[in-house]
Design a protein around this ligand. Structure first.
Ligand code: AMP
Length: 552
């Protein structure tokens, strides 16, 4: 057999550190601006950031951290968290971002499961660390993201092995060359939010991180450029803020970090003050921003586009951004197991020639894959379904930034080499995917499926409804029927009959919700998703109108 003819190009491994080095060298003066938990605005440059990330790498080495060890973070979006991203992964350790909104028991489980050697934390999370630390005996030290005096003042009573981040970092000179190693080395560890069972870890590699950053920056993805000022509202503790901390240095964009203040007013003011052109976050956050802007009667002067994902973007939100504020909305879908980007709703040349209504319908979907992700929907028999925009099925994906197996698990989650996402979707002739449900949430009425997301979107397009969830309710004849749980806007007076009537003409008759109930608030997961499981528990014994008794 003849040996293959190899290409004769440099074999340079794809390493996360190269993203920051690139920004420091070619966009050295570009700013990174952070609203600190101390309350003030901190600004420095990519050049400064790389220096401090190197100082941090030296500090970790001085603490005895070995390549491959996991280092946790419990932190808001800010410059120190960015340094943790690069300092940790740059020296060969793994940056494990932890979601502080999880229950303390879940956090303890995750820290223990990951076997974090050290954990960085923002001072706001000191009470949480106090609770969690005794349950995490493997952690050698908790590193507070502040200076020694801050720690003395605020954390004096903590009974954990405590370090000051600033003391550790400033003790080093930053004279350090990023080591070069195998690009398949682990880079980041992110746990799924775990609405059922224990959270599971997705362990990214340097290669997947860099490839994902390239994909995320593409024009038909986030379209990131050196001309942008990017404010990630999506937290750095949730799937690496959708890759923005990697894509921004890759293109040399200015970064603006909002810290812990994610209310509409704080976000709006920071966006205006820093000339933010692009942002990304989940629908719940944007709801707060839109409400604030409406009340305050203000407009954006620099924001041009925003990526909305994590949960379905209600069409009413897309319209509000575009029609009232002239901000382009890019609906996107992804998941922790996919680093996370999978699809984004950018129109192709042919779609742009269609009527405005057709264009909008396409853009309300979750969109088209970017190169790096392959997808298909499969039926109950595992066979691929047609791309007709109607056939619902389980969505499967594969690609170089898609999980192969969960951290410290021997079982492969794959089916024929594809990862089953747990989402139910359609794909249309344009290759546009639309999520209709999580497979657990779809309503199975008389053997047919009803999309809970579609019914929720209609409810929230009612002017008096602030938020709505649609869940399956047990039915003696149809097995399951849709029930809407709605939260009204303050002062709203709409009745159950009026809200039901609102569906007429908007959905097929058999999709009409059987009932509407009102609640003061809806339960959310730590990542802002509706907690349908909890809602189903709350309404487990609910008896629908026209049903003599609960079928269970
Ligand atoms: P996570 O891993 O926490 O980011 O959650 C991923 C899950 O969020 C996906 O599997 C979907 O169920 C849901 N999700 C993400 N983006 C969207 C979207 N644009 N529309 C509907 N569901 C979404």
């Amino acid at each position: 057999m003849t040996s293959p003819l190899y290409g004769q190009m440099m074999d340079v491994p794809l390493l996360a550190s190269s993203l920051l080095s690139h920004a420091a060298r070619y966009f050295g003066d570009t700013e990174i601006v952070s609203r600190r938990i101390e309350g003030d605005i901190h600004r420095y440059t990519y050049r400064d950031c790389e220096k401090r990330a190197k100082q941090l790498a030296q500090a970790l080495i001085a603490l005895g951290v070995q390549p491959g060890e996991r280092i946790g973070t419990l932190a808001w979006n800010g410059y120190r968290h960015l340094e943790c991203y690069y300092g940790t992964t740059g020296m060969g350790a793994v940056c494990h971002t932890i979601n502080p909104r999880l229950f303390p028991e879940q956090i303890a489980f995750i820290v223990d499961h990951a076997e974090d050697a050290y954990v960085f934390f923002d001072m706001t999370f000191a009470p949480l660390v106090d609770i969690v630390a005794p349950q995490c005996p493997k952690v050698k030290g908790w590193i507070a993201l502040g200076d020694a005096s801050c720690i003395r003042e605020h954390l004096g009573d903590m009974e954990v092995p405590l370090f000051s981040y600033e003391t550790l970092v400033t003790a080093q000179d930053g004279d350090y060359a990023w080591p070069v190693f195998d690009e398949r080395t682990a880079s980041f560890l992110c746990y799924t939010s775990g609405t059922t069972g224990h959270p599971k870890g997705a362990l990214y590699s340097h290669r997947s991180t860099v490839l994902h950053a390239y994909g995320a920056a593409l024009p038909d993805a986030m379209s990131a450029s050196a001309g942008d000022a990017i404010l990630p509202v999506v937290p750095m503790f949730h799937v690496n803020a959708w890759g923005i901390p990697h894509a921004a240095p890759l293109v040399g964009a200015k970064l603006v970090f909002p810290g812990k203040d994610l209310d509409g007013k704080s976000l709006y003011e920071l966006m205006e003050a820093e000339g933010v052109t692009f942002s990304a976050g989940v629908p719940t956050v944007w709801l707060g921003l839109l409400n604030y802007m409406k009340e305050a009667g203000v407009r954006f002067s620099t924001l041009r586009r925003t990526v909305i994902g994590g949960s379905a973007c209600p069409p009413a939100m897309l319209r509000a951004f575009e029609d009232q504020y002239g901000v382009e909305v890019i609906h996107a879908w992804g998941m922790t197991e996919m680093s996370p980007l999978g699809t984004l709703a950018h129109l192709n040349f042919r779609q742009k020639a269609r009527s405005p209504e057709e264009q909008r319908k396409s853009r309300e979907k979750q969109g088209h894959v970017i190169f790096g992700v392959d997808m298909k929907v499969v039926g109950d028999d595992g066979r691929e379904l047609p791309w007709d925009g109607r056939s619902f099925g389980d969505l499967h994906v594969r690609g170089p930034w898609v999980i192969d197996r969960y951290f410290r698990s021997d079982e492969s989650p794959l089916v024929d080499g594809w990862f089953p996402t747990g989402d139910v979707a359609t794909i249309d002739a344009d290759g546009f995917m639309q999520i209709t449900d999580r497979s657990k949430d779809v309503i199975k009425s008389g053997g047919e499926w009803i999309s809970s997301i579609d019914l929720e979107n209609i409810a929230v397009s009612h002017p008096q409804v602030a938020e709505a969830a649609c869940i399956a309710c047990a039915h003696p004849k149809w097995t399951e029927r849709p029930l809407i749980v709605a939260v009204l806007r303050p002062g709203a007076t709409v009745t159950r009959e009026e809200l039901r009537a609102f569906y007429e003409g908007k959905v097929a008759k058999w999709w009409m919700p059987d009932d509407v109930v009102f609640a003061d608030e809806l339960p959310h997961t730590a990542t802002g998703k509706l907690q349908k499981l909890r809602l189903r528990e709350l309404y487990r014994d609910y008896v629908l109108p026209g049903v003599a008794e609960h079928p269970a």
